[in-house]
Design a protein around this ligand. Structure first.
Ligand code: SF4
Ligand code: SF4
Length: 75
């Protein structure tokens, strides 16, 4: 099976801080931070670079806030 390396970008102004993406990430890449956006929500933050591009967070986010960049790793 091909392996992938991913990187996500979170549009923090659209994030409502629901935490669903935090729950579904198998690599624990995302956490809710201590800062709020202009709407007053504690937004999700990328805390490490271990994303495997599984797409869980993209699929679960109710507000389509997360963009995933995906690259196939050569083995
Ligand atoms: S694509 Fe998968 S591994 Fe990457 S941040 Fe989202 S849930 Fe985590
Ligand atoms: S699932 Fe979407 S709205 Fe919810 S915390 Fe994650 S990025 Fe924000």
């Amino acid at each position: 099976m091909a392996k992938f390396k991913g990187a996500i970008v979170i549009d923090i102004e659209k994030c409502k801080g629901c935490g669903l993406c935090v729950e579904v990430c198998p690599q624990k890449v995302i956490e809710l931070g201590n800062n709020v956006n202009t709407k007053g929500y504690f937004y999700a933050d990328v805390i490490k670079e271990d994303c495997t591009a599984c797409e869980n967070c993209v699929m679960v986010c109710p507000d389509t806030v997360i963009t995933l960049y995906k690259a196939k790793l050569e083995v």
